[in-house]
Design a protein around this ligand. Structure first.
Ligand code: TNX
Length: 534
């Protein structure tokens, strides 16, 4: 319907000789309904953004919009508080709407953006930002087409991840990354803060985690398979708690929840380098310089491990208000546990069958600690192998484990975030390896394939309701700076966001066309991206 309306408008506009609407409303992700009528709202120097007194908090989103428009129209619009009025862009909250739902009514006289909450209003403004355009006459005048748009997301959880362990990113880098997520109506930022290659968050009670654990001596920079090549240069960095809090605030203004990830029991060597007594062998350990998976993991038999992790999580919960904390749980080899007297003693005293059940014990114990503090756990799909409580949320990623495993995950009754490697791993190549920056060995995930992602494809119709949402992941073994991260992110994030927001309305040809508008925004902000091919 959108397409038909748009075509009709293009025709009408050219017939009447003086086109006011230059383009149809090309919006990504595609809204539930868009009705374009003739004409548009002229953005004048007197145009203000009005925030109602009873929802004064919307000023935050109004100011963000001012920032979005400034590089387009070349000036900062004023924000005022009061009743909505003619000539302005009027924001409001309509409690009868869903939290993330919004409605835009744009006429030649005024624009009204109503949302079910601040988030809904912000999504409306993200949409509006995509359709501001110069008038036919040019001369620095801008117009917002006359439209009626209603919109709401298909999935509640729409996440994007960033690994800051393999490579460190500055506070400003992370903020600019969050800006890009907000543009794409993503509402969760999964912040991968710890891994073998670096511990990146200050923990006041355990200072060595960053003093020792945040620096590695060098990095394996060669291709995925030997011969190994190292750069011979130390790499380090971490976020102070104040900086992390600043990022939480920055994301919250953009209606994004930051979900921190503290990896356990595997991917833990940076922590072991700092506190070798909580590894099975006692070390010594080095912050890891390689990629992949190492046998050295937290000792599950040693009480000191749990004391340390509880101290860490206590501080993490204080920094991050998120209801969910991601505790990892992926890729934990059992080699050390098999040979460790303390781990074997734990298996005995707890009446466990084997090391898989020991992992279940580990995760459940930490999950209970979160619960005691009013929080909940998310973990990668492996946590299901050792047994997990029904309250834990699972992140399905191992597409290669096959449909049977996907079905097992779905049937567990736990709610799932779908993030399968084959559609959601943005560290994979976007084109032929010869023409792209070095990436994961033999991987290939062009934007067209991301677009094909069907989160329901892995499961039976009976467990559809278990799917909580979707997420893509940015592992940074090969990605050392924010420009490269942007290149891996865009435009694939736009494709993911269309699955998360507009699952029922996907159409790749229409998406490609609508992306012209979006890539103009990328250009305006100087984002690095891979152009969409034909
Ligand atoms: C698997 S996905 C990992 C990461 C790697 C990634 C590389 C997951 C839970 N673990 O540690 O960075 O593959 O694509």
């Amino acid at each position: 319907m959108l397409i038909a309306a748009a075509a009709a408008i293009a025709l009408l506009a050219s017939c009447n000789g003086k086109p006011e609407v230059l383009y149809p409303a090309d919006i990504v992700p595609i809204p539930v309904s868009v009705e374009v009528t003739l004409g548009g709202f002229p953005v004048k120097s007197s145009t203000k953004i009005t925030v109602p007194e009873e929802y004064a908090g919307l000023e935050v989103q109004a100011r963000l919009f001012v920032g979005y428009l400034e590089p387009v129209i070349g000036r900062e619009m004023e924000v005022r508080t009061g009743k909505g009025r003619k000539g302005d862009i009027n924001l409001s909250i309509d409690p009868s709407m869903g939290r993330e739902e919004y409605r835009i009514t744009s006429t030649s006289r005024r624009i009204d953006v109503a949302g079910g909450s601040e988030a809904g209003v912000l999504y409306g403004l993200q949409t509006l930002r995509q359709i501001v355009q110069p008038t036919a006459e040019g001369a620095g005048d801008y117009i917002i087409p006359a439209v009626e748009i209603t919109d709401k997301p298909s999935f509640e959880y729409r996440g994007m991840h960033l690994d800051v362990s393999r490579h460190f990113f500055s506070v400003d880098d992370v903020k600019s990354y969050i800006d890009i997520l907000a543009l794409h109506k993503i509402n969760r930022f999964h912040w991968h803060l710890t891994d073998d290659q670096g511990w990146r968050i200050e923990i006041k009670s355990r200072p060595k985690l960053t003093e020792v654990g945040s620096v590695r001596a060098q990095t394996w920079v060669g291709p995925e398979h030997p011969p190994k090549q190292y750069d011979g240069t130390p790499h380090g960095g971490y976020f102070t708690q104040d900086e992390a809090r600043e990022i939480v605030r920055y994301a919250a203004e953009r209606c994004i929840t930051v979900i921190p990830e503290i990896e356990m029991p595997g991917h833990a060597v940076a922590a072991l380098a700092a506190y070798p007594e909580i590894g099975c062998t006692g070390g010594p350990y080095k912050v890891w310089e390689m990629r992949g998976v190492t046998d050295d993991v937290f000792c599950a038999g040693n009480e000191l491990t749990f004391e340390l992790l509880e101290d860490v999580l206590t501080e993490i919960m204080d920094i991050f208000p998120s209801e969910y904390i991601n505790l990892g749980g992926d890729e934990c080899p059992k080699v050390r546990w098999k040979a460790c007297p303390k781990c074997q003693a734990r298996i005995k005293t707890e009446g466990l069958k084997d090391e898989h059940e020991l992992q279940g014990y580990f995760m459940t114990r930490m999950e209970n600690f979160l619960k005691k503090n009013g929080r909940k756990m998310i973990g990668w799909d492996e946590i299901l192998e050792g047994g997990v409580s029904p309250d834990a949320k699972l992140m399905f990623w191992r597409a290669w484990a096959g449909p049977k495993w996907a079905k097992t995950v779905a049937d567990s009754g736990n709610r799932i975030i779908m993030s399968p490697t084959e559609y959601c791993y943005f560290d994979y190549y976007q084109g032929p390896a010869e023409t792209e920056p070095l990436a994961f060995y033999r991987s290939f995930l062009p934007v067209s394939k991301v677009y094909e992602f069907d989160p329901y494809a892995y499961i039976d119709a009976s467990s559809r309701d278990n799917i909580w949402g979707v997420q893509a992941n940015m592992w940074t073994e090969f990605i050392a700076d924010i420009k490269h991260a942007q290149y891996m992110l865009l435009p694939r994030l736009a494709a993911l966001s269309e699955t998360g927001w507009a699952y029922e309305r996907k159409d790749y040809d229409s998406f490609k066309k609508r992306m012209e508008n979006m890539t103009a925004i990328y250009d305006r902000h100087g984002y690095n991206y891979k152009p969409i091919g034909n």
